[in-house]
Design a protein around this ligand. Structure first.
Ligand SMILES: Cc1ncc(C[n+]2csc(CCOP(=O)(O)OP(=O)(O)O)c2C)c(N)n1
Ligand SMILES: [Mg+2]
Length: 363
């Protein structure tokens, strides 16, 4: 069953290519039979994890602000970003470091953003991708607007928008989904169903068994996939993206994964979920799974792994060094990023903050 309107979403197994133990399942798409392609994806997932681990350490040592780890969800980000074209637009939420790195957002950008520096959202390499969205689901309306612009301008481009399982309960998402279905927008929604919305478990979020079925009320076909299976993610997103590019309208993908970390560095998930549950989820995580496949296929070996880990560490350390050396902006810079032209009522406040800063009152 593939993206057919009004068809209930399929069970997970029918969109699975890599089983939990790294063994292959079903008929693999052509591209996945190319070992180099899989190794490229694997390297991106490992880099994301090394970077993510460092971000938590930076927060813990007072060098960065609150940070939402993407531990365990690397396959969703890497797979979806690799399925997009450069000219497509990515509309992320805050747990999308993996996709952003593949899209060309730099590690320094990401560090600056979570360090509270808005210059971290000024991406040099993918200027039209949107910045992180923290207000839950509000990015969905932006995505519908962007997709609508593509359609009006007759551009063969696609908007790809991510959101969490919790975000699917918000009106913003449901309204954007409705519009996408009605106007047949070139828009792909991807739900990162990591099973938790802070401390709210998935089963208390919606009465639906499959969040992909939310598309039915909006005439948006849905598909539920294993979000820990890099091949399933790439396969599903690339079909949805090309479907949208061909003028056939939007899709909704539910990628099932697990949030192996706390919600953010400001959370302690051990207060509301059991160690057994988390241990079980570790057995399913996406990196080990692909690594096991590559090992068995004789495409990846111990020495490759050691070299990759070293290379990733070096790249991350270099980015951290640049980030830590970034001169801070003056306090009045907080007015600089919301408006193209500062509205009158804020101009007086801006001057006031600037004068206080010059008088050393914020030091
Ligand atoms: C409009 C809004 N309401 C509440 C919050 C507080 N909040 C931050 S994350 C979150 C849970 C989101 O869960 P989910 O959509 O599943 O994404 P996840 O964090 O699990 O990736 C909430 C309620 C917010 N950021 N924005
Ligand atoms: Mg969630």
């Amino acid at each position: 069953m593939q993206f057919q309107t009004h068809t209930p979403s399929t069970d997970l197994e029918s969109h699975q290519f890599l089983l939990v133990d790294g063994k292959a399942s079903g008929q693999w798409p052509q591209w996945a039979q190319d070992g180099d392609r899989l190794i490229e994806s694997y390297k991106s997932m490992v880099l994301t994890r090394v970077f993510d681990t460092k971000c938590i350490a930076l927060q813990r040592t007072g060098k960065m602000g609150t940070y939402p780890s993407c531990l365990g969800q690397e396959a969703i980000g890497v797979g979806l970003a690799q399925a997009m074209r450069k000219e497509d637009v990515f509309i992320p939420y805050y747990r999308d470091q993996a996709a952003q790195l593949v899209r060309g957002v730099t590690m320094v950008d990401i560090l600056r953003y979570w360090g509270g520096d808005e210059r971290g959202s000024d991406y040099a390499n993918c200027r039209e991708d949107l910045p992180n969205c923290v207000p839950i689901a509000t990015q969905c309306g932006h995505a519908a607007g962007i997709a609508s612009a593509f359609k009006i301008r007759k551009q063969p481009r696609v908007a790809v928008c991510t959101l969490g399982d919790g975000a699917t309960s918000k009106g913003d998402f449901l309204e954007a989904l409705n519009l996408a279905g009605l106007w047949k927008l070139p828009l792909v929604f991807i739900i990162n169903n990591n099973q938790w919305a802070i401390s709210t478990p998935r089963h208390l979020q919606s009465g639906l068994a499959d969040l992909a079925d939310k598309g039915q009320a909006a005439a948006v076909p849905g598909e539920k996939i294993d979000g820990n299976d890099l091949i399933a993610v790439y396969d599903s997103v690339s079909r949805a993206v090309e479907r949208a590019r061909a003028g056939k309208g939007p899709s909704l993908i539910e990628a099932v994964s697990y949030r192996l970390s706390d919600h953010t560095t400001a959370d302690d998930a051990s207060r509301y979920r059991s160690a057994e549950e988390v241990n079980r989820a570790w057995q399913q995580e996406p990196i080990k799974r692909l690594q096991q496949y590559l090992n068995r296929a004789d495409l990846w070996h111990e020495d490759d792994e050691v070299a990759l880990q070293q290379q990733c560490q070096q790249m991350v350390e270099a980015a951290v060094e640049t980030y830590l050396k970034t001169p801070p902006q003056p306090p009045e810079a907080m007015f600089d990023y919301l408006y193209a032209e500062l509205p009158k009522p804020y101009q007086a406040q801006y001057e006031q903050v600037k004068q206080k800063a010059q008088g050393g009152q914020y030091e």
